[in-house]
Design a protein. Sequence first.
Length: 131
Amino acid sequence: MIHLGNVEFIKITFGCSALLTTGVGFLRLIAALTPSLETLAVAGLLDALPGVVSSGRIAGALTPLLAVFAVLLCSYVVQTLNRFLMLRLSMRLEDRLKPEFVAKVNRLAYEHIEDDGTYDLLERVGADLPG
């Protein structure tokens, strides 16, 4: 059985749609940075709160509070866009690979299809393909 690593999967998706693969990679990098930004924003809010409590001026906490909301909103948007791009990439891969899989099965010699091991393997691989 052939073992494919992450690099091979990235090459396959990049060959299918370079723009979607690049977008997913970029969004994954942003999502990886989000927890650090959330920590910094919450730390800024916690640093500003003692000054707000002692002076009674709420305006001093608005900037850190808006930063926390902005980071949370950015995180939500990145997750939503990532799910959308992954769905589009999955659909594009399916449209490209399903005909190739069907053509490969049709080119197999009769004795391969009659072999129980090969038939079971084809059934397992084809089970994930819709339609």
